[in-house]
Write a protein that binds this ligand. Structure first.
Ligand code: ACO
Length: 396
């Protein structure tokens, strides 16, 4: 349609550079997360993600991301208690979810149910700190409940109510798998949530900031980000990785699969990242978590295929800076934890809601509505043609 190939750099009428996909273009200032894509380092509010994954909990990391500092023990206890109190969702939301098609994707169910929260809680109070705190608590508390609820509702079952004696991650696994999880499994899941909680201005976070910049409510902010996260080039890749590993089938086939995929210009799912030129530091930690889980609960046979693929890809894709990203090992961990494949991305959303909300608050702190420009490539002024005189449109 008159456009140059993606990847080219152009200028608009005023000479401003246009970079497709905004690659390398800063669009905001942020104090939340820092990535060094050459060193493979990732920090949240200055803390290395490795330290947080080793020592923190998801709720403590959420507090850090959203309010800027680690909480005192008292602040953390209060935050945990508030989140625990708000885990339940209204029967109206559950009834609405019962009307969703059972075959629908859980990310679509989550997007709709997250948006529906805006109907229940008053809007336009975003300059009131109490409203902001309560919205944060509600979203962090209710998103897992809604993800677990849809899993049971689509099977025709009633959702399981949250259990107050279980901590955040253990409670989610309980609501999902209908049994109390092993403490090691719950701790590993909590560490996964820490690793996925924030990653600077990725597509869904950018989406969240754009929506936030209109001063709409936080439920709309999160719903728009969930929709963006769902795509296969973003959070949706973790589902495709397992399908790819199963298609490869055995470690011996990894090299051949890569050669075919590269020759036919197919992307290897779970590889490559706009920011990293080395192995994603989260993939390094997730691989360790996968091994911890396998040592305790038995190995997933696809792990050997994944390792062979990573090994073979180092030679073929490494020189281009393409290495495993966060999605490469997460599916193997989630499968071992009993999480169904189409819930991998909703689980990612449970965690990333922390980052989205941190960016929501930051955006409101120095807001200017996002309204970029474009380079118009369409028709020049045309004369109106009455319907009977028009040739058929080539459009549809
Ligand atoms: N497999 C094979 N080649 C790849 C891959 C891959 N996974 N990723 C990038 N490349 C190649 C491209 O073919 C292209 O090669 P060329 O220059 O010879 O044409 C070059 O590397 C640049 O690729 P782009 O797609 O332009 O890089 P971009 O920065 O836009 O893409 C992305 C990043 C979307 C993550 C990409 O690597 C990809 O599609 N990966 C697979 C999907 C995936 O795993 N997504 C999850 C990302 S992590 C997350 O969102 C949570």
């Amino acid at each position: 349609m008159g456009q140059e190939p993606v990847g080219e750099i152009h200028h608009d009428r005023s000479g401003i550079v246009f970079r497709p996909g905004l690659e390398g273009v800063p669009v905001t200032q942020s104090a939340i997360c820092d990535i060094d894509g050459l060193q493979g380092s990732l920090t949240y509010r200055g803390y290395p993600v490795e330290d947080l994954a080793a020592h923190s909990t998801f709720l403590e990391t959420t507090y850090l991301l959203i309010w800027g500092d680690l909480p005192s023990p008292r602040q953390l206890r209060d935050f945990e208690a508030e989140v625990q109190m708000h885990r339940r969702v209204s029967f109206r939301v559950r009834d609405m979810m019962k009307c969703f098609p059972a075959t629908g994707h859980p990310m679509d169910a989550l997007q709709s149910s997250a948006a529906s929260l805006g109907l229940f809680y008053s809007r336009r109070a975003i300059d009131n700190p109490k409203y902001v705190y309560e919205a944060v608590v509600r979203l962090i508390a209710k998103i897992p409940t809604m993800v677990a609820a849809f899993k049971l509702i689509r099977k025709g079952q009633d959702p399981i109510q949250p259990r107050d004696d279980l901590a955040y991650s253990a409670n989610f696994l309980y609501m999902l798998t209908e049994r109390e999880p092993d403490p090691l499994a719950a701790r590993i899941f909590d560490r996964c949530l820490i690793l996925h909680a924030e990653h600077s201005l990725n597509a869904s976070t950018f989406s969240a900031r754009v929506t936030a910049s209109t001063l709409t409510d936080p439920y709309a902010v999160v719903a728009s980000a969930v929709g963006t996260l769902a795509g296969p080039l973003h959070g949706g890749a973790n589902e495709d990785v397992l399908a790819m590993l199963e298609e490869i089938g055995s470690p011996e086939r990894a090299g051949e699969y890569l050669d075919e995929a590269i020759a036919s210009k197919r992307k290897i799912m779970g590889f490559g990242h706009r920011e990293y030129r080395v192995k994603d530091p989260r993939a390094v930690i997730l691989q360790g978590l996968a091994e911890e889980l396998f040592a305790r609960f038995g190995k997933d046979e696809m792990y050997d295929v994944a390792r062979a693929l990573e090994h073979e890809a180092a030679e073929r894709l490494g020189p281009k800076g393409i290495y495993p990203n966060v999605d490469f090992y997460s599916g193997l961990v989630y499968r071992k934890l009993g999480i169904p494949r189409d819930l991998f991305t909703p689980v990612f959303a449970i965690s990333r809601v922390a980052g989205w909300l941190a960016h929501w608050r930051e955006q409101l702190g120095a807001n200017r509505i996002f309204r970029p420009s474009q380079i118009y490539t369409g028709a020049q002024a045309r004369n109106w043609i009455p319907g009977e005189d028009r040739p058929p449109s080539a459009g549809a």
